[in-house]
Design a protein around this ligand. Structure first.
Ligand code: ADP
Ligand code: ZN
Length: 730
């Protein structure tokens, strides 16, 4: 018997797949993790396929050394996922396997922990009075155990001392069972919560999803329309049928609050997977799902690979959120994986959002997805009123600050009423960049050719691409004058201004810089929640999922920023962002208000946002996309070529471009666009970057395969990287 094994080696951009011989005495199955000889080394690999013969010289084919787990870690379902992802994104199989089996499991370094659960024996119970009166701790420990079925020996040792507990075990008063201990990432005890009585709208939604007349559903519901309750009902139906479920939320909304919501409904059935867990916690949560002890995976993007079998529901909340697309290799769209798993298990997939992506809504309009609408807020509260303020006219009338008169007015009122305010800004840092007012010089990273970002807290210029730090400038290196100033205003500067404007009001700030540790995110939110009046200043992070009943005012300080991106999704992203942020206001009894500051008050995006008119926005946008042949009317493929040598990169790009051009001759009508160019960030980490951009018709799999085949070559000192539907073209 022979095995095709993909070897776990970080080499070049292509998979290392080799034939190995299976030893007679070891039972090897497809999907098994194995140890194989590789050159002079022994490496881990995964059995992709078993076969009776090999095309190579049998005498030269080496033998598998061992299997590393009792059962294969890759199931038939996951082989489907691998196949689908290779087809859609040209990823290396080994990179996909790394997504399916987290590092904590692969390394073998982390082990299941066990502990002893102690209980008072019958003997102990009947002989309590015989413990000597001066062995006070022994008496206390027995009394403690008398009131409970059992207790963890670690806690007992802490409370009563190791010697005491050892003695009681020796004497037979206490006995124990050895059990697996979970490093539970969620320590808080939660009360069980009961499901709500569904509103008629919610009931219809649940029924429609469970009917499975189409497995794929788009749940289009305004903020506060009770989408979460719909998800929970669908999940509990799956559980009732003995099945399992995956619930995905954006990384950012995986706050303790969300977790608590699911834990309180489903208890220990829930396992949580996200990047904030420690290695031990991740191992245990993954393992609980793998063994079937937990049946509901709640998590961020990576949880789509949860090791569950027999799925009964997959939910992607806030489906438009960009965190569902990975921004580093391996790049993929979560929904693609979700669809493969939903089909395999014949279970419903629910994509939920108040502001679906244009692509998803188009699919819903076309019947590719069920369109399910929730258009009423549960508490019947109107959506907050949105005021658009023209910052040009503010500027003309002499107001040079970041706050319009309108916003300041509403802020003062809210503060006087002991209410809370959220201020939203699109950027982090004290200012975006340092710039010379005289000659226009902008401080840039020496390795990356992008502008540096000034950080006030440590008074440094930082490169957001490579992390390099530089001393801030005082004299312009280009013209020699001392006319260096800070470019734009960031969250920190806003915070400073607020302290001056409202000296007695507490201000909290939340952005990438203040949330570097695991718990800082939650801590800031908690502190804000418990303070009134209070102002929370933040970036995208405050846009999602939070439910603060006291927030009555939301200010969007610079709505336009996301419109500047040279991205065909700029309008869509702006619409989503504004709607999400606005949805934070007036979630409880008090009516909410939103002030949106812009230099383009007439832009149609703002007009539709302020009326919460997604449908009209969609109709306008979909027409633009069709005219320009952008997704969903096309697929974008970018081939990124990078090298430390500019000349090599340029030549490789040119060669590739010619080959794609031949393809265009062959597939004339399938191409909308083909162009080779320097990448907008032409140098990152000392590597020169070029790209070939293509827009092709959606449905030609053969063409996509041929494009991948052209890109799958190995060229010395160069990396070639193909991306399908990239989130950014930087
Ligand atoms: P969405 O996710 O659509 O923004 P939520 O799920 O947060 O909305 O629901 C808004 C609020 O309504 C929540 O506080 C939730 O607990 C409550 N809610 C949801 N469904 C019901 C229901 N059927 N009856 C009463 N309250 C509900
Ligand atoms: Zn850099």
């Amino acid at each position: 018997m022979f095995a095709e094994v993909v070897v776990d080696v970080m080499a070049d951009s292509l998979d290392k797949i080799f034939d190995y011989q299976c030893p007679e005495n070891i039972d090897i199955k497809e999907g098994h993790r194995v140890l194989v000889p590789f050159g002079k080394r022994k490496l881990e690999g995964y059995v992709l396929k078993l076969k009776d013969s090999t095309d190579y010289d049998e005498n030269l084919v080496k033998q598998i050394i061992n299997v590393l787990d009792p059962q294969p870690l890759i199931t038939t379902e996951m082989f489907e996922v691998i196949k689908g992802m290779v087809e859609a994104y040209n990823l290396r199989i080994i990179d996909i396997i790394h997504l399916i089996i987290p590092a904590q499991i692969r390394s073998g370094k982390i082990k299941q922990q066990t502990t002893k659960m102690c209980y008072l024996t019958q003997f102990g119970l009947s002989n309590l009075s015989s413990i000597r009166a001066n062995s006070k701790n022994q008496i206390l420990a027995c009394a403690y155990l008398k009131d409970r079925p059992n207790a963890d020996i670690v806690d007992l040792n802490k409370k009563f001392g190791n010697a005491t507990i050892t003695k009681l075990i020796e004497k037979g008063y206490i006995a124990y069972n050895t059990v697996n201990r979970n490093r539970n990432p969620f320590k808080e005890d939660v009360a069980v919560s009961q499901p709500f009585n569904l509103t008629p709208e919610q009931k219809l939604a649940v029924d429609k999803i469970l009917s499975k007349d189409n497995l794929f559903n788009l749940l289009f519901g305004v903020t506060g329309s009770g989408k979460t309750e719909v998800y929970m009902r669908v999940i509990s139906e799956a559980i009732n049928q003995g099945k399992t479920a995956i619930m995905l939320v954006p990384e950012i909304s995986l706050t303790p609050k969300t977790v608590k919501q699911f834990k309180s409904r489903f208890g220990d059935m829930v396992a949580v997977l996200h990047s904030g867990l420690s290695d031990g916690e991740k191992f245990d949560e993954w393992y609980r799902l793998y063994t079937g002890e937990a049946t509901i995976a709640v998590g961020a993007r990576s949880a789509i690979f949860a090791p569950l079998t027999n799925l009964g529901a997959i939910i992607i909340d806030e489906e438009h959120d960009s965190s569902y697309q990975s921004d580093s290799n391996p790049r993929f769209e979560t929904v693609t994986v979700a669809k493969i798993r939903a089909k395999y298990n014949n279970c419903p997939l629910v994509l939920g959002s108040a502001t679906p992506t244009i692509e998803s809504f188009y699919k819903a309009q076309n019947g590719e997805y069920n369109l399910i609408t929730l258009d009423k807020r549960i508490n019947q509260m109107p959506l907050p009123k949105m005021e658009i303020v023209d910052m040009c006219s503010e500027f003309r009338s002499g107001n040079k600050s970041m706050f319009s008169g309108t916003l300041l007015n509403f802020m003062s009122k809210a503060i006087a009423n002991d209410e809370q305010i959220m201020l939203f800004l699109n950027r982090r840092g004290f200012s975006s960049f340092q710039m010379c007012r005289e000659c226009g010089f902008i401080a840039k990273c020496t390795d990356c050719d992008v502008s540096l970002v000034y950080h006030k807290e440590d008074n440094l210029l930082k490169c957001h691409y490579c992390g390099k730090r530089f001393k801030p400038l005082t004299i312009c290196p280009s013209c020699g004058k001392n006319t260096i100033k800070l470019g734009n205003t960031g969250t920190e500067r806003i915070e400073d201004e607020l302290h001056e404007l409202f000296p007695t009001t507490k201000v909290f700030r939340m952005d990438n810089d203040t949330t570097t540790t695991k718990s800082s995110h939650a801590n800031i939110l908690k502190a804000f929640e418990n303070t009134k009046p209070a102002i929370l200043v933040g970036t995208q992070m405050i846009a999602k999922g939070h439910d603060f009943p006291l927030v009555t005012l939301v200010g969007i300080l610079d709505a336009d920023l996301s419109l500047y991106y040279s991205d065909f999704r700029a309008n869509e992203k702006t619409y989503q962002l504004v709607t999400q942020v606005a949805g934070r206001a007036g979630r409880a009894e008090k009516e909410g208000r939103v002030v949106l500051q812009t230099f383009f008050p007439k832009h149609y995006v703002y007009n539709f946002c302020s009326n919460y008119d997604y449908l009209r926005f969609y109709n306008k946008e979909i027409n633009l996309r069709e005219t320009a042949s952008f997704p969903p009317f096309s697929k974008i493929i970018r081939v990124l070529i990078t090298s430390e040598n500019d000349e090599i990169a340029k030549n490789v790009t040119h060669d590739l471009f010619l080959k794609y051009k031949d393809l265009r001759i062959k597939y004339k009508t399938e191409f909308f666009f083909l162009e080779a160019m320097r990448s907008p960030h032409s140098k990152i980490k000392n590597k020169y970057r070029y790209q070939v951009l293509m827009r092709i018709k959606n449905d030609n799999k053969q063409l996509v395969k041929e494009i991948f085949d052209i890109s799958n070559i190995i060229i010395n000192k160069t990396s070639i990287f193909t991306e399908v539907n990239p989130q950014s073209l930087d």
